[in-house]
Design a protein around this ligand. Structure first.
Ligand SMILES: CC(C)(COP(=O)([O-])OP(=O)([O-])OC[C@H]1O[C@@H](n2cnc3c(N)ncnc32)[C@H](O)[C@@H]1OP(=O)([O-])[O-])[C@@H](O)C(=O)NCCC(=O)NCCSC(=O)C[C@@](C)(O)CC(=O)[O-]
Ligand SMILES: NC(=O)C1=CN([C@@H]2O[C@H](COP(=O)(O)OP(=O)(O)OC[C@H]3O[C@@H](n4cnc5c(N)ncnc54)[C@H](OP(=O)(O)O)[C@@H]3O)[C@@H](O)[C@H]2O)C=CC1
Length: 405
């Protein structure tokens, strides 16, 4: 196949000879993206030169995007270095963060600085498993009960079917939920260093075919929304999804007073009245100040699925005055991270992972994704500490006036 050039591609689209989304079948990825961008510029009457000034070969993104016209560039900074005493990571790390929110890096950086002055933060992944929950239709609840019993008696057959689709993933368990003539089967997988959504979805499709072949159930949707992917859901807050990870630290009183310009008592009261009482009254699923800020920024910097900030921000912050200072913890119930697959293969995202020392597959498998989760949790802890202190010292608005405008 001869390679069309940009003008040929544009002409052929205009003539109705080529479909707008098929240009990569007739030219290299960069030529296709350029032709598509020129078509958009012409149709919309805009100039997209900055979008077109991307710094990587377009074919590196062939598994990450369709209808490519270029790349969005987001400012990227680092917070830290901060010392992480994790189960899968030990030592000082710069935390890569991509954001457009002024004052955010300064705030997380201040939190890291204070945490480091206290000797570093402890972090642990307490639970792990990526879930996919298809929904099946049955005739009635009696048939639902029969299906639940079949699943319990045949989990090994489901495991064999699911694991035949992957050389890394392992089916951990299958939990049924019955609602009238709907049966949801929540499959949970150990996806090692992959975030695992493609892996789990492909594996569950194979398992669902086993269910349909052996029972009277009909698969209605491979995702029945009880997984629960990219939507706020209590099941993720309680059961977890991806990694459940906690980070904590004790900051000495004098450090709180000298570096955070407030007191342990004030921070603890802000946390109680804001993150616990305020969130409860609001009916929030997360009981925290801005964990989403850190999750989003580190997700963008390291090639995670940005839409899964919804679950990643599902976190509880605690703060209490202790004899030796201020104890603060952040527990993220459903942080979905991977160090292989998805966007982790793209150039700047891969460099973000390299900066954390977690790029690629870990030894043992899964340990790099655990380490990434621990680093994100410490970043969230730093952000909570700094923002709660700023609220306690009444510096929030001035910080954004000076840094965010
Ligand atoms: C802005 C600060 C940090 C000033 O805080 P400060 O204590 O006045 O700053 P400082 O000049 O004394 O420096 C202290 C440390 O802050 C860091 N720092 C200080 N300045 C910078 C800078 N330019 N760049 C990088 N780092 C900076 C740096 O680490 C420095 O220590 P050092 O490392 O030098 O020993 C503080 O006032 C602060 O953190 N404010 C809170 C701002 C914040 O957290 N914003 C993000 C959340 S806003 C939002 O989106 C969520 C919200 C609020 O809507 C959610 C909700 O409803 O709660
Ligand atoms: N399909 C869906 O419904 C959804 C998909 N997504 C997208 O899914 C992507 C993430 O899916 P994910 O499955 O993580 O990524 P990929 O689809 O990129 O697959 C990652 C693959 O890497 C291989 N692999 C190599 N080394 C390892 C290792 N150490 N640990 C684990 N796997 C390894 C595995 O292949 P093998 O399995 O062959 O062994 C694994 O399946 C993101 O792009 C996300 O946006 C997000 C939400 C929903």
């Amino acid at each position: 196949m001869t390679e069309d050039n940009v003008d040929d591609l544009i002409r052929r689209v205009r003539d109705g000879d080529l479909r707008f989304h098929e240009l990569e079948e007739h030219a290299d990825a960069d030529t296709a993206a350029t032709a598509r961008r020129r078509l958009v510029e012409s149709d919309a009457g805009v100039d997209l030169d900055a979008v077109g000034a991307y710094g990587f070969p377009a074919d590196r993104a062939d598994a990450n995007i369709e209808n490519m016209i270029g790349a969005a560039q987001i400012p990227m900074g680092v917070a830290g270095p901060v010392t992480v005493h994790g189960g899968a990571v030990e030592g000082e790390r710069y935390l890569p963060m991509a954001t457009t929110e002024g004052a955010l890096l300064a705030s997380v950086n201040r939190g890291c600085s204070v945490i480091d002055a206290a000797g570093g933060a402890t972090a642990r992944v307490t639970k792990s498993g990526m879930t996919r929950a298809p929904v099946f239709r049955v005739d009635d609840v009696a048939e639902a009960e029969a299906l639940v019993e079949w699943v319990r008696d045949n989990e090994d057959a489901l495991r064999e079917a699911a694991e035949a689709t992957t050389s890394h993933g392992e089916l951990t368990d299958v939990t049924p939920y019955v609602v009238g003539d709907s049966v949801f089967l929540r499959f949970r997988y150990d996806t090692k260093d992959a975030m695992g959504m493609n892996m789990a979805t492909i594996a569950t499709r194979a398992a669902a075919e086993e269910v349909e072949a052996a029972t009277t159930a009909s698969l209605i949707a491979l995702s029945g929304n009880l997984c629960t992917d990219k939507k706020p859901a209590a099941i993720n807050a309680v059961e977890g999804r991806g990694r459940s990870v906690t980070a904590d630290v004790v900051i000495p009183r004098d450090t709180v007073e000298e570096r955070l310009h407030t007191t342990p008592e004030a921070v603890a009261e802000v946390n109680t009245r804001k993150n616990l009482v305020g969130s409860a009254k609001a009916g929030s699923l997360g009981f925290n100040a801005h964990v989403a800020n850190v999750v989003a920024a580190m997700f963008l910097a390291t090639g995670q699925d940005a839409a899964q900030v919804v679950e990643g921000s599902n976190a509880i912050t605690t703060a209490e005055v202790r004899e030796d200072g201020l104890y603060v913890s952040v527990s993220l119930a459903s942080l979905e991270v991977g160090t292989v697959g998805g966007g982790t293969k793209l150039p700047t995202q891969g460099e973000g992972l390299e900066l954390l020392g977690v790029a690629g597959g870990g030894d043992p498998p899964g340990s790099n994704a655990d380490a990434l989760a621990e680093c994100v949790a410490v970043g969230a802890l730093a952000g909570e500490l700094s923002l709660l202190a700023a609220l306690g010292s009444r510096h929030l608005s001035s910080a954004h006036e000076s840094l965010g405008r």
